[in-house]
Design a protein around this ligand. Structure first.
Ligand SMILES: CC(C)(COP(=O)(O)OP(=O)(O)OC[C@H]1O[C@@H](n2cnc3c(N)ncnc32)[C@H](O)[C@@H]1OP(=O)(O)O)[C@@H](O)C(=O)NCCC(=O)NCCS
Length: 253
């Protein structure tokens, strides 16, 4: 009887583990198929590499994008979205992505931030901007004084798909323009479809496509300017490489 009870418990636990495992496998297979469908063999390879521990192999594939800070809105502004400051640290932490301590650290570095709220007045999204330089994994991007790096654009899961991001960025670009900023540069992962779609709404323009494949002591980097030829180079880690974001071709906002 006792043995039968244990066996039964083990069997149901094993069934539960198997079911969870199958769901997980199906979800991962779906993600990989999606990467292949949207971005071809390279997209699939990058998605597969994402499952390898990054201390062994780190593969990044993204576009470096620019958008011009503007006096007028480039997308439907999100109502009530505004610049936030140090006094908003707890509100910003309430967006749920980083702690209040991290938020204060970002302010201490002089970063700018803009925040959006839902109808009930709860914070649902933010976007941060840094001046000087930005390190994206192994690449340090150097900025001019009138340039900013846009980072950590984040919308709470329950508010996604409502165009909060483009509405918030539009408000931010006007705010930055008033502060003397000319252009904003940022990266968007090629596999991040939601981010790419949202960015196209606020006038984002891809300058360069970058692929890095790195092992613990060094990495290969492939950089392809839009409409140009790809260039490969090798770098050492942790030093990495330094770059200036390209200028957009004339006529591109
Ligand atoms: C990427 C992100 C900022 C987009 O914000 P958003 O306000 O949801 O953007 P949008 O409402 O314009 O949606 C963009 C697209 O994603 C789709 N989408 C993404 N998540 C969705 C969800 N949970 N429900 C419905 N649609 C969703 C939308 O259908 C939309 O497609 P469309 O252009 O055909 O309408 C948000 O998904 C997010 O915070 N993701 C996690 C962090 C991240 O990836 N940040 C960007 C780093 S570059």
């Amino acid at each position: 009887m006792f043995i039968r009870a244990i066996t039964h418990d083990h069997a149901s636990a094993a069934a539960e583990v198997a079911a969870t495992g199958m769901t997980d496998i199906r979800r991962r297979a779906g993600t990989l198929a999606d990467a292949y469908r949207r971005c071809g063999p390279l997209g699939l390879a990058v998605a597969v590499a994402g499952h390898i521990p990054s201390r062994a192999l780190q593969v990044e594939w993204f576009g470096v994008h620019q958008v011009t800070a503007a006096a007028t809105h480039v997308a439907e502004p999100w109502p009530g979205a505004r610049a936030a400051d140090y006094d908003d640290a707890d509100l910003l932490a309430g967006v749920g992505h980083v702690s209040a301590a991290e938020v204060r650290g970002r302010f201490a570095r002089g970063d700018d931030v803009f925040i959006a709220f839902d109808d009930a007045g709860l914070p649902v999204a933010y976007i941060w901007y840094r001046s000087g330089s930005w390190r994206e994994d192994d690449i340090e991007f150097r900025l001019e004084p009138d340039e900013r790096w846009g980072y950590d654009l984040y919308v709470r899961p329950e508010a996604r798909g409502l165009r909060v991001a483009s509405g918030l960025v539009s408000v931010a670009l006007v705010g930055l323009h008033e502060r003397g900023v000319r252009r904003v540069v940022s990266v968007i992962d090629h596999l991040n479809e939601a981010s790419r779609r949202s960015a196209s709404r606020y006038g984002s323009f891809k300058l360069t496509s970058v692929l890095t494949v790195a092992v613990p002591w060094g990495g290969l980097i492939r950089e392809r300017p839009m409409g140009g030829r790809a260039r490969w180079s090798w770098y050492r880690r942790p030093a990495g490489v330094r770059r200036r974001p390209l200028n957009a071709p004339q006529g591109v906002r």
